[in-house]
Design a protein around this ligand. Sequence first.
Ligand code: ADP
Length: 447
Amino acid sequence: MFDKILIANRGEIALRILRAAKELGIATVAVHSTADAEAMHVKLADESVCLGPPPARDSYLNIPSLLAACEITGAEALHPGYGFLAENARFAEILADHHIAFVGPKPEHIRIMGDKIEAKRTVTRLGIPCVPGSAGAIKEDSEAISVAKELGYPVLVKASAGGGGRGMKVARSADELSVALETARIESKAAFGDDSVYLEKYLEKPRHIEVQVLGDGAGKAIHLGERECSLQRRHQKVWEECPSPALNSSQRFEIGEICAAAMRKLGYAGLGTIEFLYEDGQFYFIEMNTRIQVEHPVTEMVTGVDLVNEQIKIAAGSPLTLTQDDITISGHAIECRVNAENAATFRPSPGTIAYYHPPGGLGVRVDSAVYGGYTIPPTYDSLVGKLIVHGRTRNEALMRLRRSLDEFIIDGIDTTIPLFQTLVRNADIQNGLYDIHWLEKFLATGG
Ligand code: ADP
């Protein structure tokens, strides 16, 4: 096992990784920008290194500074968390060249899954069902129009390098398609420096269901059930559950086994999430994420497996000791992503937290790096914390969520807690009857 690990991230995920490292007896190094000198992950780490000024490109994305920080502190491994450099294959290769273990999969697998066209090609070969679409990148508008005719409208133009919902445009006719291609290309070029786009059948009312996988790169891989992430705003997840209210245990096992078998064939090492749209009983692959995800705690709550601990052990070269039979889905978990935003307008609300009181009690977990008196810098994302509840049944989890939200006090800034207080009392949510468009429609009609 490693003696010392550097955590190349901030906020709640830096703290989450720090906790797993401490429980493995590994010394921790925090890194931070000048804006984060007072951050909780810095205070709790054994050592800390300032990387540079607030903009991420000068600090959390600054590869030479991160390498220097590893060298100065003698860290043997680096955990990237999510975002920043977590899915940068080149960064993983540079670390390998410097004999620093990257807590993540092999660089070639990060690279394949980072290119959505290549990812679809690869997983199709591995037996995973995909959304029908163009065979690869679309070069000419005329080609797009003939593919769209075959698929049937509506179609979705997607960026091969896409992420965070950017470069995605729906087209309901050939005329709309020309405009959609052009705007998706411009958006993708601006955001990712790559204008290759492809076409997919636009599914009208799917759910977003994703499968958690874990492999050791040496032929062993298991799945840890699915997460339901259909409640989204602007393609960003807002509320996640495990298990999905839409699946029964045989459907769960079937798709889980397809994913685990694919990862065995690929020789995948570490944690991964295979994302699907689910409509009329069919699963359609959209992308694979090769990192720990924001919503991982709901899986941890129902399986009892510490996913970050497993990730670190695999990066240290340990074989996977968990077997599929060790994984049982027990009860139900729900996560709410609490953001520093106005709950009605979603306007960001950075500032100083005057008073902070997290909820507690049986089955309640808060993953957050804020505290009373802490000032949220305006430079980074607006996640203040994740409230996760676990109950023996979905109903118990919903009641626990309702009372936890009512206990949660974050004074001094606006948060999205009031939105969740409304959602948890909504009949569609209580009945699990929602698709990926439900939340936007709900918000558009004034809640
Ligand atoms: P990104 O990497 O930008 O987040 P994804 O491919 O993961 O892009 O898609 C994000 C979200 O966009 C999905 O969760 C879903 O809500 C929507 N989406 C993606 N593909 C389709 C599709 N073919 N039909 C309908 N909605 C889609």
